[in-house]
Design a binder for this molecule. Structure first.
Ligand code: ADP
Length: 479
């Protein structure tokens, strides 16, 4: 079974969030299920640098106003098909925005080109390799099913990693997409008078997945559907939730090179050296209480405003807080202000630091994820694997992957973390009070850590679910 994955990020080459981790980890997991995945990716400068000089496998004279080529390369054990399109991707900044943080005005063209090129690969293959199915990730890849349906007809699966990011553009861009006029229709790419990339993917794909069963239910409601719940409901029979796994080799506390001390469930005491390293790095004084952490985009979705508002109470309970993140300027400011108010008790690093994120999971006692919505979430899975107890809002994948430490779960020995009602700062504080109570019973705390470390957070089960879905769709969807 051959699958062409299409995505705008892949770990370890380009990452702004969980999407990259998933796109980077799925190929190896699916290989174990007999699925050969190649991933089509934009040729951003960092990607082209990693690939080095290579002869293109395909040349296209004109794709959205420039000469482009497709380069086949294997980097970090990932089989990639890179769309080398200098007029679209050779720019400073991140994958979506310029160095000043503003989205590129031609993002519609940059990602329509990715989708178009993917459809060409589905039709003609590359070096004799032609996919049986195309797997499109998020809005940046979501026009691919549209091009396939109005072109070679290969079957496709659309995965939603976050319905909040939809790729909505002005109707005027439609005429340049190269789709037939009839596609500018509610039964097509048209979305509230404009063009919706994710909307198009949800309409045209043969099947839709999202990254947890709970989120698959939530997006059928107006509160979580973000305007797409009607369409999601119409396609409910083709929608499944498959929870993300993590790369358990990259995230392994027994071998992690970013830790001050490696450890396993049998040597949890060694975590104290990592905690000391986090404290030193974030200027937090050693203490008897738990060291809580946040590793996150600092946004409203992640509930960071709820946390920022109540840091005084968190400190009052006897906890310490270490924050690594970046995002909304106002939230960054609020957290930095809390750090200067509570010098030695709250430490904040604004920025993106992969290594520090490992050290924090390996040294902090609990990780706070008070998201208002969370399609899957990965940091709670890293937390489970590292004995960094997740304290999460009961929503989406957080609800599906953490077992709340209520009295019954504690006495049965199955608890792995704490859940609280989403969107409520009071509920977060009540959860933190429960955290403090559990912390004061070291055997309860370490039992929870060990139970979390036993949880299966690998890709094994989910890779099987994807492989089964791919086979069913490829069978049914053959043109
Ligand atoms: P999302 O994709 O919505 O941001 P996820 O929990 O699915 O949330 O994935 C976030 C990923 O990004 C995780 O791998 C997390 O460790 C990482 N991450 C988030 N913020 C930072 C940061 N400031 N530094 C390092 N890693 C970060």
């Amino acid at each position: 079974m051959k699958v062409l994955a299409v995505a705008s990020e892949i770990y370890p080459l380009v990452k702004t969030g969980g999407l990259a981790d998933v796109v980077g980890a799925l190929p190896a997991a699916l290989a174990g299920e007999g699925v050969d995945v190649r991933t089509m990716l934009p040729g951003y400068p960092a990607v082209m640098k990693a690939v080095g000089r290579k002869k293109p496998a395909v040349r296209i004279e004109d794709l959205f106003g420039g000469k482009v080529s497709i380069v086949a390369a294997t980097v970090e054990e990932l089989d990639l098909l890179i769309l080398d399109a200098p007029h679209l991707y050779r720019r400073d900044g991140g994958p979506y925005a310029d160095a000043a943080g503003s989205d590129h005005a031609d993002n519609w063209r940059r990602f329509a080109a990715l989708a178009r090129a993917a459809a060409m690969v589905a039709e003609n293959g590359v070096g004799g390799w032609r996919p049986d199915l195309v797997h499109a990730h998020d809005w940046q890849a979501a026009l691919t099913p549209a091009y396939l349906r109005h072109g070679p007809g290969a079957p496709s699966v659309m995965t939603i990693h976050n319905l909040a990011f939809q790729g909505r553009f002005d109707a005027a861009v439609f005429s340049e997409l190269g789709l037939p006029d009839e596609a500018m229709h509610v039964d097509g790419v048209e979305y509230y008078g404009g063009v919706g990339f994710l909307k198009a993917g949800l309409h045209y794909a043969n099947a839709i997945t999202t990254v947890s069963p709970t989120y698959a239910q939530e997006i059928r409601t107006p509160d979580f559907g973000m305007g797409l719940d009607g369409l999601v409901n119409r396609r409910a029979a083709d929608l499944t939730g498959i929870v993300n796994g993590i790369d358990i080799d990259v995230w392994n506390p027994a071998t992690d090179p970013h830790l001050a001390a490696t450890y396993s469930a049998a040597s949890l005491k060694a975590r104290s050296r990592n905690r000391a390293a986090v404290e030193a790095r974030l200027a937090i004084e050693p203490s008897e209480g738990p060291l809580l952490c946040v590793v996150s985009r600092l946004t409203w979705q992640k509930g960071m405003d709820l946390l920022a508002d109540r840091i005084d109470e968190l400190v009052g309970l006897g906890a310490r807080l270490a924050v690594l993140g970046s995002g909304d300027t106002a939230l960054e400011g609020a957290l930095l202000a809390a750090a200067s108010r509570h010098r030695g008790r709250v430490g904040v690093v604004i920025g993106y630091d992969e290594k520090l994120s490992h050290l924090m999971q390996g040294g902090c006692d609990a990780i706070l994820i008070p998201s208002r919505f969370e399609p899957c979430g990965l940091t709670q899975l890293y937390g489970l694997r590292y004995g960094c107890v997740p304290v999460v809002a009961r929503t989406g994948g957080l609800a599906d992957t953490v077992i709340d430490a209520n009295e019954a779960a504690i006495s049965a020995g199955v608890a792995t973390g704490f859940q609280h009602e989403p969107g409520s700062a009071d509920a977060l504080i009540r959860a933190l009070e429960r955290v403090m109570r559990a912390w004061r019973s070291p055997h309860v705390w370490s039992a929870m850590q060990k139970q979390g470390m036993r949880a299966d957070v690998s890709w094994a089960r989910s890779a099987r679910a994807y492989a089964e879905l791919f086979r069913t769709i490829a069978e049914k969807g053959r043109p």
